[in-house]
Design a protein around this ligand. Structure first.
Ligand code: AMP
Length: 194
């Protein structure tokens, strides 16, 4: 890996549209998309030890412990070490994870290029997640209380990461309300400028 990589933290509360947008952006920019939530769900589906461990936390809408998450993310990065860069989706979610990510990327002589945040008001998040729960099959999308817990976990542990990247001049907010393709274009324009 080299410093020429583009490494984006796609940020925002649950329901902001990170997964949807990451799927478009990875194609456009040739980046590897790592969604920690998707990796956990894959492990749950395949009943691995990691899946069994993560499931109780996820079903309640709580964060999986940092070390478990960091180890899993490190393995995903290592598998794709020759890529042009990464879109991190749903990671980091705590300051400890952000610091671990810096150390990890440094080992590959690269760094985070930018945190790109999808900004969406809470009322819209709840509507979107309940709507997604009708078809996603995700247990954590179908219950009002679990969704609320995920949004609370975001404000308690994760929102602070805006400051972490802002203090390094790496924070970029994007309006995450509107048509999906319009939001994709906003993101593409921003990422092309890096
Ligand atoms: P997501 O698919 O990003 O909405 O994540 C779904 C769930 O997976 C979260 O509510 C957490 O329980 C767990 N999870 C995903 N990413 C992380 C992370 N970086 N740290 C801790 N827990 C995570």
């Amino acid at each position: 890996m080299s410093k020429q990589m583009t490494n984006i933290v796609l940020f925002g509360p649950p329901g902001a549209g990170k997964g949807t947008q990451a799927n478009f952006l990875k194609e456009s920019f040739g980046l590897v998309h790592i969604s920690t939530g998707d990796v956990f769900r894959f492990n749950i589906k395949n009943a691995t030890d990691l899946g069994k461990l993560a499931q109780t936390y996820m079903d309640a809408g709580n964060l999986v412990p940092d070390q478990v998450t960091i180890d899993m993310l490190s393995a995903e990065v290592e598998k794709n070490r020759d890529s042009r860069g990464f879109i991190f989706d749903g990671f980091p979610r705590t300051v400890a994870q952000a610091k671990a990510l810096d150390v990890l990327l440094d080992q590959y002589h690269t760094a985070i290029t930018a945190m790109v945040a999808l900004e969406v008001p809470d009322e819209i998040l709840m509507q979107r997640l309940l709507e997604r729960g009708k078809t996603s099959g995700r247990p954590d999308d179908s219950n009002h209380e679990v969704i609320q817990n995920r949004i609370t976990a975001y404000y308690e542990n994760t929102a602070i990461l805006k400051n972490y990247y802002e203090s390094q001049d790496k924070y970029f907010g994007v309006d995450g309300v509107g048509q999906i393709n319009v939001i994709t274009n906003r993101l593409k324009e921003l990422i092309s400028s890096f």
